[in-house]
Design a protein around this ligand. Sequence first.
Ligand code: C2E
Ligand code: CA
Ligand code: CA
Ligand code: CA
Length: 275
Amino acid sequence: AKVQGRNIYRFFTEAMGQAAQRHLNLARRLREALDHGGFALHYQPQIDIASGRIAGCEALLRWNDPEEGLVPPGRFIAFAEESGLIVQIGEWALRTACRQARQWADAGLPPLHVSVNLSARQLWQADLPERIGAILEATGLPPQSLELELTESMIMGHEPQAVEQLGLLRRMGLRLAIDDFGTGYSSLSYLKNLPIEVLKIDQSFVRNIPQDRNDREIVAGIIALARKLNLAVTAEGVETPAQLAFLAEQGCDSYQGYLFSRPLPAAEFEKLLAR
Ligand code: C2E
Ligand code: CA
Ligand code: CA
Ligand code: CA
């Protein structure tokens, strides 16, 4: 039993060693990507349903790893969050998205806002408002053109601090959106206390409309709630004309999804915008 115990111990330390090694390796590659242009943003249009026009876009992070090729955010965001690297990566994304939106405006393209995903670690940086202020100043992007996407789980349990921090951002003129609405530990009470402008209906509710009765009711309910609270609603993951028709009928303001376009590299998004 003693020998077996020792073997198990060795097994665990080796396994832990390997996991630690993998993490160190990933951290090193992410830092390298930050320093050497390994990250890019792709932009997905957000369409105003009433006019059919591109009203904005969501900036989505892509990592082009020399070893693995294009790595989707689902494979590294959680690690970047745990390791703290997300703060620098997120700041890079904010600066890049703001600079890009300003360039499109300067090129005379139709006005639009850019939405950037914020991580929990970024939200709770004491100097986040100053950091964003500096980025807006350096890029010359008006604050009204920048939207920040936050999730409910980032806010839950920290409501007083969120009221304060989001209040500062709101007073700077930024727009704040709740991403993946309805999937977190929802408590509707925070909606009336926080200076939010937009609810984004999670794609898991959109996927099976109009066939699924429950999803239909949930989506209709979120849209009705948003209207009562004077919030704009964006639906995510819209892939079919039938989904769009249902959303339009319910009074949804805007949507994004493969039906209109996948997230595109900046140059391709620009062509779409210029059409
Ligand atoms: P999200 O913010 O909910 O982004 C929407 C995801 O849905 C994107 O995945 C987008 O490519 C995908 N999508 C868009 N339209 C459709 C559609 O019609 N059907 C389907 N099935 N999917 C669609 P992506 O780009 O892989 O990003 C995954 C997640 O990674 C994002 O989810 C967001 O939570 C996170 N993320 C992306 N960029 C950043 C970033 O710069 N910072 C942080 N903190 N997180 C980011
Ligand atoms: Ca998002
Ligand atoms: Ca989302
Ligand atoms: Ca999501």
